[in-house]
Design a protein around this ligand. Structure first.
Ligand SMILES: [Zn+2]
Length: 531
């Protein structure tokens, strides 16, 4: 059913007639029967330059990831392709009104280390960053660009190949082919591998990578243009395709691929898959980005996890352009940990929860990947950077002291004060009785429970205690007290690295790693990690 008020009122909602954006929005609104308020807010979100008022809240939950494609394209100066076959025009001239980014003062500015990271860890990070060497000679432009050889295929410079990659080597039976796109640039440079859905039920990565491989972002005159690219990008939107098809985190043999690296060629099924990925795809990469979401029953705000004492991982963790970076090595057998041990850069992006397509997390990860590629000078253009970064080496848990049904008042992303009520718990057997869950400390909630069933001791939220930089952080809160993450509000700014305030959160990861304390008692800590 079409909303007739839309025909009546759309002039008051859209002041300027005839824009591409308006046409798309009206089409969506009529098709999806959006309310007028939501459409107004959406319009403001998509074209912030037309409105002086502050950005609408992130928690409007505008459920269409695809609408964010319009936003990302607009901010990158690209016309939106309305069909898979549509080809975009050159960037519209209206983008020229935006002030051009300043030239960089220093090409290799020293990386700051927040001064409140624990001294021992700080020394490790400083030592590692001091060991950064020169770029490998294979990235030099002197020798020209060679073919990229992958799976015995030669990919010519300046071309894109979409192919299939067998997770298992068999002559008969299931080989589990997964799609992979290889974009081999016309100029030499590093090899970046982007992976989604190592856990088959985490769908933010597959969505972001699928959109990046689509006509809006890849091809001539698009952001990822093989004719302009320096280096090679390999994209696997869904690594665990067998799990994805079953809507499951693990492989069909019940194992978690992200605990099986580097794998063995003669061991169990998942270990064989890990070994093949490791030897053919990961060990031949210079940078690896692994996209994840929270495990079942919780949700994460967009965040990067990286071993900050690994120099090149530290660099790409910062280049992603978002605020929250958790300093951790990753669980045993995880891709990040093993890749770093071989001195290959690897970061994990976490956003949203499993079995959901959180549009904001998809959007932020797409911006983040473009930022990272720009920072590595593989793509032209300046990466955007956040106003501040929280470099966290520890966290605090908020737990329920009662059993019952949970109602979360402060979702992931909220900045909460000490003593603030973050959730309430009621018991269906005792109507009218309610217990409050309060935050033990002031900080940023990076994860919160989404399953309402709780017992005494169940984790409700995962909090980064913020002691310094509170004023800076509060300036980036929306009306509901949630952090507006860089890249979520349309036009990520460009700024000098030295203008970014580093806010250190010190402490320890209870249980040894960021997610170790989630989940029901009795299960092994490894199984409770999101990544
Ligand atoms: Zn995961």
């Amino acid at each position: 059913m079409l909303f007739s008020w839309f025909e009546l009122h759309h002039k008051s909602i859209f002041p300027s007639e005839g824009s591409n954006l308006q046409t798309i929005l009206v089409g969506w609104a009529t098709a999806k029967a959006y309310t007028r308020r939501r459409m107004k807010l959406l319009y403001r979100l998509l074209s912030p330059s037309l409105h002086d008022s502050r950005k609408p809240s992130l928690k409007l939950n505008i459920p269409k990831t695809v609408l964010r494609i319009v936003l990302i394209c607009e901010s990158l100066g690209l016309r939106v392709s309305e069909g898979d076959s549509a080809k975009g025009d050159p960037p519209p001239s209206s983008r020229e009104t935006k002030p051009p980014p300043r030239a960089k003062k220093r090409r290799f500015a020293p990386i700051k280390i927040a001064n409140q990271i624990p001294m021992r860890r700080r020394k490790e990070i400083e030592k590692a960053l001091g060991e950064v060497g020169e770029s490998p000679t294979k990235w030099s432009r002197n020798g020209g660009t060679k073919n990229h050889v992958f799976m015995r295929k030669r990919i010519k410079p300046g071309t894109i190949r979409h192919m299939e990659y067998d997770l298992l080597d068999v002559e008969i039976g299931e080989s589990w082919p997964v799609p992979i796109s290889v974009i081999h640039g016309s100029r030499p440079g590093p090899v970046v591998t982007l992976l989604g859905a190592i856990h088959g039920d985490e769908l933010v990565g597959p969505l972001a990578l699928t959109y990046l491989c689509g006509p809006n972002f890849m091809g001539p005159d698009r952001v990822i243009d093989a004719g302009v690219l320096a280096g090679t990008i390999r994209i696997v939107p869904i690594v665990n395709l067998p799990g994805y098809r079953r809507m499951m985190r693990d492989f069909p043999d019940g194992r978690d691929l992200n605990r099986c690296f580097p794998g063995k060629p003669d061991s169990n099924t998942t270990s064989r898959v890990a070994h093949k990925l490791w030897s053919k795809l990961i060990s031949t990469s210079d940078y690896v980005v692994d996209l994840h979401s929270a495990a079942k029953g919780r949700t994460n705000i967009p965040q990067i996890r990286a071993n900050l004492a690994h120099a090149s991982s530290n660099r790409i963790a910062r280049s992603f352009g978002i605020e929250t970076i958790l300093d951790s090595e990753g669980p045993r057998g995880s891709l990040r940990r093993i890749t770093n041990q071989e001195d290959i850069a690897c970061i994990t992006y976490e956003g949203g929860g499993s079995d959901e397509a959180d549009p904001e997390s998809v959007q932020i990860s797409m911006y983040g990947i473009i930022n990272l590629l720009r920072s590595l000078r593989m793509l032209p253009g300046y990466p955007s950077k956040p106003r501040f970064r929280i470099l966290a080496s520890g966290s605090v848990w908020i737990r329920s002291d009662q059993g019952g049904l949970l109602d979360v008042l402060a979702p992931a992303g909220s900045f909460v004060e000490e003593g603030e009520i973050v959730a309430t718990i009621t018991d269906p057997e005792l109507p009218g009785v309610q217990h409050d869950v309060v935050s033990p400390i002031r900080g940023l909630l990076i994860s919160s429970a989404t399953h309402p069933f709780v017992n005494s001791g169940s984790p409700i939220g995962h909090l980064l205690p913020v002691k310094r930089g509170v004023t800076t952080l509060k300036r980036r809160l929306d009306d509901e007290g949630c952090l507006i993450i860089s890249g979520s509000d349309g036009e990520p700014p460009w700024r000098e690295d030295e203008d970014i305030e580093d806010i250190a959160v010190f402490g320890e990861w209870s249980g040894g790693s960021p997610d170790a304390e989630w989940g029901p008692a009795g299960s092994s800590t490894d199984e409770e990690e999101d990544n």
